[in-house]
Design a protein around this ligand. Structure first.
Ligand code: AMP
Length: 193
């Protein structure tokens, strides 16, 4: 398969970021971590940082308007000749439309979406375990369940859009990290390493 942009999707606890990073390293692609981009802007301060504060401090999704402002500011730094993997974006339809338009403008090939699919009970279980290891007291079972439910709800139209506009690959996120990695490689037509 010939591609130079990947969108990696999956609920919290799906392991998609681990997979995205591994893939970026293997392919020599730039790894775009939306949370990290936002934290960087927030730390540096300024007018845009102020707009990020409510989301960053309370963990609520930022508006499309703000995210698009962030994308407008940071995406042009991407070299059009280097492949890229997006993690954490798009989370809403407007972001998805903006992102795909931008990639088209960079004359990129049809993007590939890799959706790491896990049943909600499995991500719930994994997040609970992570919360207890990291002693995150605010990660109650109820709060985790609510985050996962909200994720499914906001992602539904985004997934529908990406299914239509990108090459959409669904990967079972239940096996081990190594197994998932192998399955992603096979789906993308990468040689076994
Ligand atoms: P994360 O590191 O992915 O958990 O992101 C940290 C915070 O940034 C989240 O709690 C949201 O407030 C915000 N955020 C990250 N990505 C997005 C996005 N694509 N759209 C809206 N808000 C986002």
């Amino acid at each position: 398969m010939d591609f130079d942009a990947i969108i990696i999707l999956g609920p919290q606890g799906s392991g998609k970021s681990t997979q995205g990073k591994r893939l970026a390293e293997k392919l020599g692609f730039f790894f775009w971590d939306t949370g990290e981009v936002l934290r960087d802007i927030y730390k540096k301060g300024g007018p845009l940082a102020e707009k990020l504060a409510p989301g960053m401090e309370h963990g609520v999704l930022l508006s499309d308007e703000i995210i698009i402002e962030v994308l407008q500011e940071r995406l042009p730094a991407l070299s059009p000749t280097q492949g890229v993997i997006f993690d954490g974006v798009p989370r809403r339809l407007g972001q998805g439309q903006f992102l795909l338009e931008f990639l088209k403008g960079q004359k990129r090939k049809r993007p590939v979406t890799v959706f790491v699919d896990v049943p909600r009970e499995v991500s719930h279980e994994r997040l609970l375990r992570r919360a207890s290891i990291e002693k995150r007291a605010d990660d109650t079972p109820e709060a985790i369940a609510e985050r996962l439910r909200a994720y499914d709800e906001t992602m539904r139209p985004v997934m529908e859009y990406l299914r239509a506009e990108t090459t959409f690959i669904t990967i079972d996120g239940r096996p081990s990290v190594e197994e998932i990695e192998k399955n992603i490689d096979a789906a993308l037509g990468l040689a076994r390493t």
